[in-house]
Design a protein around this ligand. Structure first.
Ligand SMILES: [Zn+2]
Ligand SMILES: [Zn+2]
Length: 126
């Protein structure tokens, strides 16, 4: 699939960021240099990018959707002070899935854990 200019712009923006951005944040940052962009365009391109598997849409409880460049399975830590979302890589995930499958007698193929707490940056600020 051929990338449109706008989609490429948005994709590169996500790839160069280390955060889990919302459509609003991406739009707010890009529109200064690209006044032709609209929030709708940004959102549509983000949705398309996640549909073709270039990025991952991250739907967390009580949060607006964010977009993740990290396609590997991983968990997230939401800081209760600054609201940032950090990647958490927890080992032994296969064992965890096995245990969960046994416990529920289901075939569990993936999971999503969200940790809540105070991020390292906020801990240092206090
Ligand atoms: Zn924080
Ligand atoms: Zn992530």
């Amino acid at each position: 699939m051929k990338f449109s200019k706008q989609r490429e712009l948005i994709y590169n923006y996500i790839m160069n960021s280390c955060e889990h951005l919302t459509a609003d944040a991406i739009y707010a940052d890009l529109k200064a240099e690209h006044p032709e962009l609209s929030l709708g365009t940004v959102y549509r391109n983000l949705t398309q990018l996640s549909e073709i598997g270039k990025i991952k849409k991250l739907s967390l409880p009580h949060q607006v959707d964010r977009f993740d460049k990290n396609l590997e399975p991983h968990s997230h830590l939401i800081c209760e002070v600054c609201g940032c979302v950090n990647d958490v890589h927890v080992p032994h995930t296969e064992q965890f899935l096995d245990d969960a499958s046994k416990y529920t007698d289901a075939l569990i193929t993936s999971y999503q854990i969200t940790f809540y707490g105070v991020c390292s940056k906020c801990r240092k600020d206090n």
